[in-house]
Design a protein around this ligand. Structure first.
Ligand code: FPP
Length: 235
């Protein structure tokens, strides 16, 4: 561990892009890349916990990812399913609150989806009192999240809302917005991720494919984060 974290960096989010290309470069099917991507996710989460990051968020499955070939969707769901089992085994004595953020209702139509939703909800409540948090964004879309927040506010009787009202109805509430968002895979875009929360996030883009990301490069991103002056619209 080489970087030092302080209160300026409470939350790091990752767009884990490049799994498919990583596998294809090796002549392997895309799902093989997701398998290695999930392995990398575990390593990076451990690293974030080691260096003292309070909240880590990862983009594991977007609302648009359902349009991928069924074989690939099934492979990602299988990875998620076995990760949930692993979380149950690990949860005692492990200081992590597991949260699954996204529109869980869309899992309903997926075979095995009901069990996935049930275990996600259960893991969330069983680990609620831990001090560190991992938000795993599944079936997540930033615009959907905003629409969902507005609809919840309407159903609660609001006719006029403030920024704080909206913020408190986002899936990631009550946790702070991401200070740093790291995107692997070479694309320079947000891809519908944490649209509300990223208003003042610092971005680190790298062409490194997600399964190749190293903790040294995470350090580099963090060092770059500390070298930037966050002005929040001021001077
Ligand atoms: C983007 O790479 C990655 C995904 C759509 C899936 C990411 C999922 C995992 C890493 C597994 C997550 C598992 C857990 C347990 C959190 P891509 O397929 O779009 O890559 P490409 O841009 O090279 O095609």
């Amino acid at each position: 561990m080489s970087v030092k974290i302080d209160e300026r960096l409470k939350h790091i989010a990752f767009i884990m892009d490049g799994n498919g290309r990583w596998a294809q470069k090796r002549g392997m099917p895309r799902y093989y890349g997701h398998k290695y991507g999930a392995k990398k996710f575990r390593e990076i989460l451990e690293y974030c916990l080691d260096i003292g990051v309070l909240v880590t968020t990862v983009y594991a499955f977007s609302t648009e990812n359902w349009t991928r070939p069924k074989k690939e969707v099934d492979a990602i769901m299988k990875i998620l399913d076995s990760y949930l089992d692993e979380c149950y085994d690990k949860k005692d004595g492990y200081d992590v609150h597991y949260r699954f953020v996204g529109d869980m209702s869309l899992f309903d139509g997926y075979e095995g989806g009901e069990s996935i939703i049930r275990r996600m909800n259960e893991l969330d409540s069983l680990t609620f009192s831990k001090t560190r948090t991992i938000n795993i964004a599944v079936n997540y879309g930033g615009r959907d999240e905003i629409v969902n927040a507005v609809n919840r506010l309407i159903s609660e009787g609001y006719s006029k809302v403030t920024k704080d009202d909206l913020a408190s109805h986002m899936y990631t509430a009550p946790y702070p917005d991401p200070d740093l968002i790291i995107r692997t895979g070479g694309d320079l875009r947000v891809s519908n991720f944490l649209l509300w929360q990223c208003a003042y996030s610092e971005f680190y883009f790298t062409s490194t494919l997600w399964p190749d990301l190293t903790t040294e490069e995470v350090d580099k991103a963090i060092e770059e984060f500390y070298s930037r002056k966050r002005r929040y619209g001021g001077v």
